[in-house]
Write a new protein. Structure first.
Length: 108
């Protein structure tokens, strides 16, 4: 696993319950602004590991584009709903209310 993939995973582990971030926000935080797809590839490698909250990462519009990489088709939706988010048509309702931006949250 590359260092970038490891860094992605470390950031994802810090996303609090009830919050979500985007592939692009993680890429931007890691200094690779145009690498949101690479973030997605990294998460695809760990989406079966329930200790890494990859279900909290969505696209920039709040759409659950990675849902097919989890143990079941509804896993991502079910986990986010357990954390208090409302999902409609694979999209997070009131997305902006739940955004966790690592640049704002982790930068001193």
């Amino acid at each position: 696993m590359s260092d970038f993939f490891k860094d992605v995973i470390e950031v994802v582990k810090l996303i609090p319950k009830g919050k979500v971030t985007s592939y692009g926000m993680i890429a931007n935080y890691l200094g690779a602004k145009k690498s949101s797809r690479v973030v997605g590839w990294a998460l695809n490698k760990v989406s079966q590991n329930s200790e890494i909250p990859a279900h909290r990462v969505v696209n920039r519009n709040g759409l659950m584009t990675g849902k097919n990489n989890f143990p079941t088709q509804n896993y991502m939706k079910e986990e986010l709903e357990k954390e208090g988010l409302k999902i409609k048509e694979d999209s997070i309702v009131d997305f902006s209310k739940y955004i966790w931006d690592p640049i704002k949250e982790l930068t001193i």
